[in-house]
Ligand binder design. Structure first.
Ligand SMILES: NC(=O)c1ccc[n+]([C@@H]2O[C@H](COP(=O)([O-])OP(=O)(O)OC[C@H]3O[C@@H](n4cnc5c(N)ncnc54)[C@H](OP(=O)(O)O)[C@@H]3O)[C@@H](O)[C@H]2O)c1
Length: 181
């Protein structure tokens, strides 16, 4: 898969390493922007308040399926329910929210997990297969929360995950275990 990632930091650079190791062709873009023409998927991994700016610096994004990995810690853009909705308003293609509810510092530990850790996903139906594959290729088990209408719930979970980490565990993985019928 040809993957263009906006952001080359902890998340963007970390996912690039995982996906490259899985055989994908990854292009990382930073503040200087670039062209996403021909990408099978666009991944947004910039600070939450820089999403519109980063997309504005990138050409060739129209209709490209996109995964929004951002968190929002400051004021929100009142025009958009979530950053994933902001992304969809700029790309016009299917969008998923994922890779925002895990700690990038732990990516190097994914390869040695005997059971893949969970990773929350909210996705338009047309991108669900793609986002599932990229979760598995990174070493995660996708946990579906719903359609893109559930993206805001995932964004709002960020402070909860950080509170758990700060109150004892440090950065962690999580897994959902269905109870037997
Ligand atoms: N760190 C985590 O554990 C974690 C986990 C889940 C989600 N997140 C979320 O993921 C996003 C990225 O976090 P991070 O920790 O990877 O950040 P980071 O290490 O600070 O990297 C940020 C990247 O965004 C780029 N960038 C900043 N402003 C930009 C702009 N206006 N246009 C284009 N590119 C821009 C930077 O470009 P340059 O390379 O040019 O400086 C850099 O490559 C944030 O929304 C964060 O909340 C983080």
């Amino acid at each position: 898969m040809r993957i263009t990632i906006l952001g080359r930091g902890a998340v963007g650079g970390g996912l690039a390493a995982l996906w490259s190791a899985a055989g994908h062709t990854v292009t990382g873009l930073g503040r200087d922007g670039g062209d996403a023409t021909g990408a099978d998927v666009l991944v947004v991994a910039v600070p939450g308040d820089q999403v519109a700016d980063a997309l504005g610096r990138t050409t060739g994004i129209a209709g490209v399926p996109a995964i929004d990995a951002t968190n929002v810690y400051g004021p929100r853009d009142p025009e958009h329910e979530s950053n994933a909705h902001l992304v969809r308003s700029r790309t016009g293609g299917p969008v998923a929210k994922s890779f925002c509810a895990n700690f990038a510092s732990e990516y190097p530990r994914l390869a040695t997990q005997t059971t893949p850790p969970g990773n929350l996903v909210a996705a338009d139906p047309a991108i669900r297969t793609l986002v599932d594959r990229l979760n598995r290729d990174a070493g995660f088990d996708p946990i579906h929360v719903g359609g893109l209408g559930a993206a805001r719930a995932i964004e709002d979970a960020g402070p909860l995950l950080i509170a758990i980490a700060r109150n004892g565990t440090g950065p962690f993985f999580y897994r959902i275990t269905p109870t037997a019928g």
